[in-house]
Design a protein around this ligand. Structure first.
Ligand code: SF4
Length: 473
């Protein structure tokens, strides 16, 4: 078994320490597990993956090399060019060839349609009905109206997770992380072995799942994950299979451990959203990664990269979670970081790249559709039916940040105006022409045109963007 650490890949980005540590440590633990099972393992550190493969062939001869289909477009091209035999990737429930079959001849690829197709074909949360047919458990496909509650203000204790003690391999990897990495040191949050990942799964099913649904969109500064599962990194590096996670979640519902709204909402994330994102990545690459229909060119704000402090309490809170854990949950990513990048006009490729390097679960296949498509609308609506732009009102409703912020989410002009609120209106004005054909944007565009103080708002936006670029906001 050949495993290669590529120096070039390690040096290619400013990685979060916990992200790089997770991947390297998990690889080394996996190598040890393979050796323990009797495999001969060649673990190499090489300048590049190609060099590692060449060196291996020189040392061990030119036998056939077999790999599972990798998870990135470029890696697949490279392995094909090298003559590596690829076997079907089995880390997902829907292979991208099957997704392409589902997508063929459809006018619009909606996640909800895909999700229902997945539920039916996989038999997840499906019951026999009285007429001998099959129907979704509870009579509905989607229980979101029971979810998405604002954050509870009762100071409750959120489900705790076990921190795994760093072993010899973990410590050795930690010692050799490059100085260019950023963020807090690993503290045993992210499983590096399958055994640890199974503990994280059991914890979530027993104590997190029941709370997940109602609070999946809430944001609290003092709670980095609330009732989110923290399983994405384990799924994305292959320590857990989505099938076993979904099975455990459904069983929790059938046994009365967790309510249907939570279980259905969670399962939708796993077999719906995650697999949909995987499918569209392969369907739309390689052109997709250069999409930028709104012509956004601003660099990633220094407030995100940690180069500068920020006065925006919501951004400070989310960036704090990223620094401490290499993680922020989906609404923090979409409605705080993504929202500011969208309304501020941040270059989609730069933003995608930064998020890929900063999150423990980052990978091109997951970040491109989520960041470039969903958050930044750079694909013009292939992923989302409208841009997910919002002012400070949404953040004020769904988080506790505005209470401590020096800005006022209701104000759009003046020194106390919330940057999100100002930039929301400026975004609409700046992109009015590009968004004119989108019927879901007709109302917001009309509201923007009706603003009596639009020139003052746009003047304040210039000031905000300038300060954002200079790291003074
Ligand atoms: Fe964020 Fe604006 Fe609320 Fe401050 S007022 S926390 S910048 S949304």
């Amino acid at each position: 078994m050949l495993l290669v650490e590529s120096d070039a890949l390690i040096a290619s980005r400013t990685w979060h320490r916990q992200r790089l540590h997770l991947v390297l440590s998990a690889m080394m633990h996996f190598a040890d597990e393979l050796r323990a099972e009797g495999f001969e393992v060649d673990y190499r550190r090489a300048r590049t993956l190609v060099q590692g493969l060449r060196d291996h062939r020189e040392d061990f001869g030119f036998g056939p090399v077999i790999a599972m289909e990798p998870t990135s477009w470029d890696a697949r091209l490279m392995l094909e060019r090298l003559g590596v035999e690829l076997v079907r990737n089995d880390q997902f429930l829907c292979h991208y060839d099957d997704f392409a079959g589902w997508a063929a001849d459809r006018k619009r690829l909606t996640m909800e349609d895909f999700y229902r197709w997945q539920r039916q074909r996989l038999g997840v949360l499906i019951d026999d009905d009285a007429r001998g047919g099959r129907e979704p458990v509870g009579g509905r496909w989607n229980f979101d109206h029971d979810n998405r509650e604002p954050p509870p203000r009762d100071g409750r204790a959120w489900p705790a997770i076990e921190r795994f003690e760093l072993d010899e391999i973990d410590r050795a990897v930690l010692d050799r992380l490059p100085a260019t990495t950023f963020g807090a040191d690993p503290d045993g949050t992210w499983p590096v072995t399958r055994a640890q990942a199974l503990i994280r799964l059991r914890e979530f099913i027993e104590s997190g799942l029941a709370l997940f649904g109602p609070h999946e969109d809430a944001m609290l500064a003092a709670e980095w994950k609330l009732a989110h599962s923290a399983l994405s990194s384990s799924m994305n590096i292959g320590l857990l299979h989505p099938g076993e996670i979904v099975q455990a979640a459904e069983l929790a519902y059938r046994r009365g451990v967790a309510p249907l709204n939570s279980v259905e909402g969670f399962i939708r994330q796993v077999i719906g959203w995650r697999e949909y994102v995987w499918g569209v990545y392969w369907l739309w690459m390689p052109h997709y990664r250069s999409a930028n229909v709104l012509g956004a060119t601003r660099p990633v704000p220094p407030a995100f990269t940690g180069v500068a402090d920020t006065e925006m309490a919501c951004v400070a809170s989310v960036i704090g979670h990223v620094h401490d854990h290499g993680y922020a949950h989906h609404i923090e990513r979409l409605m705080v970081l993504g929202n500011l990048a969208l309304t501020g006009g941040v270059d989609p490729a730069a933003m995608t790249d930064w998020m890929r390097a900063s999150f423990v679960d980052g990978a091109e296949w997951v970040m491109l559709p989520n960041v470039l498509g969903m958050a930044l609308f750079a694909d013009g609506g292939m992923m989302a039916t409208k841009p997910y732009a919002s002012g400070g009102a949404y953040i004020n409703k769904m988080s506790d940040s505005c209470r401590t912020c020096r800005f006022d989410p209701k104000q759009r002009v003046g020194p106390d105006a919330c940057p999100f609120t100002t930039l929301y209106w400026d975004f609409l004005a700046r992109n009015a022409e590009a968004l004119a054909g989108n019927h879901r944007m007709a109302r917001p565009l009309a509201a923007m045109r009706a603003l009596s103080n639009l020139p003052a708002v746009r003047g304040r936006a210039v000031e905000i963007l300038d300060r954002l670029d200079r790291g003074e906001l």
